[in-house]
Design a protein around this ligand. Structure first.
Ligand SMILES: CC(C)(COP(=O)(O)OP(=O)(O)OC[C@H]1O[C@@H](n2cnc3c(N)ncnc32)[C@H](O)[C@@H]1OP(=O)(O)O)[C@@H](O)C(=O)NCCC(=O)NCCS
Length: 190
């Protein structure tokens, strides 16, 4: 699947994307992506191999003018039901988004996320899209709000991605944002 916007192409990853991805994943900027850290370009090449075949829900964000991969966006179908089984409808998605910091503040994340949400709602059966973002991550919160997502709650000491210097888990406060398909459609009409 390929999604096109005014300035961007969202497309599946290619093996040749390793260098561009290494640029933004050798030092992930936020704790929630620390587990994705790539130490070497060889690790990046391996990671690209793992991503081959992800053609529906995991996209490289590519600048049309230079064909450079400047970030990524993904979300996979989940059951929205608390008591899920194999028959549960997977109509809920939770996106991850990340840009190379050299490309922050130019509206690329919004442009990519808006097109991705449109794709999930119109073509992939999404009923609800929700996002978790830590309380200090103002740019991600701003992006959620720009996309029309409602702030649904703040979960205190919800999750830990890194340890404190004494080895104990450092818990983070996490906001949840969400938008329903009907809200997205209403917004698109305005
Ligand atoms: C979260 C993240 C993707 C947001 O990126 P961003 O560059 O701040 O977001 P945008 O691309 O939407 O840019 C927003 C700003 O670009 C500016 N901008 C410049 N040119 C623009 C244009 N042509 N169109 C729109 N905005 C433009 C505006 O000032 C806009 O801010 P505004 O909404 O107040 O007007 C980025 O900070 C990131 O990758 N962070 C690290 C990873 C991360 O935290 N992920 C989320 C984990 S929960």
């Amino acid at each position: 699947m390929i999604i096109e916007t005014e300035r961007l192409i969202l497309r599946p990853f290619l093996e040749s994307d390793a260098e561009d991805v290494f640029e933004y994943l050798h030092q992930p900027l936020v704790n929630c992506f620390k587990c994705m850290k790539l130490d070497t370009i060889e690790d990046a090449k391996k990671e690209m191999k793992n991503r081959i075949g992800e053609t529906e829900y995991y996209f490289a964000i590519v600048l049309k003018e230079s064909e450079k991969v400047i970030g990524e966006i993904d979300a996979f179908p989940e059951s929205g039901e608390p008591h899920q089984d194999e028959n549960s409808v997977k109509d809920t998605f939770s996106p991850c988004w990340m840009l190379n910091q050299d490309y922050f503040g130019q509206g690329y994340a919004y442009e990519a996320a808006r097109a991705f949400f449109d794709y999930l709602f119109k073509e992939k059966g999404a009923r609800r899209i929700y996002a978790y973002t830590e309380d200090y991550n103002k740019s991600s919160q701003h992006l959620c709000e720009k996309l029309g997502m409602r702030q649904e709650g703040l979960f205190k000491e919800f999750i830990s991605f890194v340890n404190n210097p004494d080895g104990t888990p450092r818990y983070e406060n996490t906001y949840q944002y969400a938008i329903l398909k009907k809200e997205w459609e209403m917004m698109s009409k305005e």
